[in-house]
Design a protein around this ligand. Structure first.
Ligand SMILES: NS(=O)(=O)c1c(F)c(F)c(S(=O)(=O)CCO)c(N[C@H]2CCCc3ccccc32)c1F
Ligand SMILES: [Zn+2]
Length: 253
């Protein structure tokens, strides 16, 4: 399972050797070519619930060697209009060489709780998952909402480490405007690459300070300390072919 990496002999060009769906026709991420999106006026502003007031006083933050992720309580969710319940959020980021681009992202993962009992059950089912994608760029800052996660990375330097952190307002990690987004059908961007994800990518980016991005890029490792720990960086998948999919926008572009 957790053998795959982003580069090298088990890197993304080899994922399909062990996970055949990774070479499917509806893979993510894709480049959203705004000149080709279709405005769909029926796409309503996203309605999240429970994001602002977590029922739990703590969240579990974990380094799984591929990303840093926060497990989220089932009191949070979306109506899309199906009910989708949160399961976790995680981050993807580049390294100090890469400027601009869309590789720094927050993803909030939900499962279809109308039809399935858990994310594990829903992960390979049609319409099983819904992921919110937030593009993160370096700007003014610091973005104190992201410090709710970044301040604790030193406690999960190595894969398998986890720490209980004070719960926080997840809504503040998202852009102000939830009415402008792109929507397309795609996949998990990590193995097993199941084509079960209804993607929502917000048009508005969020900004963090350069110091926050540098912390994210240097605080956690993808391997243990022996012999030398490898920093976890560039943990994002290459862009995949759109093939015969359409991308919709909730706003006229
Ligand atoms: N970019 S992405 O596609 O949103 C995305 C990630 F990038 C990502 F790293 C993860 S992971 O943290 O599980 C580490 C990978 O094993 C997930 N989880 C998925 C895929 C693995 C199985 C599973 C089971 C239940 C719920 C979610 C998931 C993921 F969905
Ligand atoms: Zn992701």
């Amino acid at each position: 399972g957790a053998q795959w990496t982003y580069t090298g002999p088990r890197g993304q060009n080899h994922w399909s050797d062990s996970y055949p769906v990774c070479s499917g026709k509806a893979q993510s991420p894709i480049n959203i070519e705004t000149s080709c999106v279709i405005y769909d006026a029926s796409l309503q502003p996203l309605k999240s619930h429970g994001y602002r007031e977590p029922e739990d006083s703590t969240f579990l933050l974990r380094n799984d060697g591929h990303t840093v992720k926060v497990y989220l309580p089932p009191s949070m969710g979306l109506r899309l209009p199906n009910n989708y319940t949160t399961t976790q959020l995680h981050l993807h980021w580049g390294n100090s060489d890469i400027k601009g681009g869309a590789e720094h992202q927050l993803h909030v993962v939900h499962y279809n709780s109308d039809d399935y009992g858990s994310a594990e059950e829903a992960k390979d089912q049609p319409e099983g998952l819904a992921v919110l994608g937030v593009l993160i760029e370096v700007g003014e800052g610091p973005n104190l909402s992201y410090d709710s996660i970044l301040s604790y990375l030193e406690n999960i330097k190595y894969p398998g480490q986890e720490v209980s952190i004070p719960s926080f307002n997840v809504r503040n990690l998202l852009p102000d405007q939830l009415d402008q987004y792109y929507r397309y059908r795609g996949s998990l961007t990590t193995p097993p690459c199941y084509e079960s994800v209804l993607w929502t990518v917000f048009n508005q980016k969020v900004q963090i300070a350069e110091s926050q991005l540098i912390k994210l890029q240097h605080a956690v490792y993808s391997t243990g300390a022996n012999p030398v720990p490898v920093p976890l960086q560039n943990n994002f998948r290459n862009l995949q072919s759109l093939n015969n999919r359409l991308v919709y926008s909730s706003f006229p572009v």
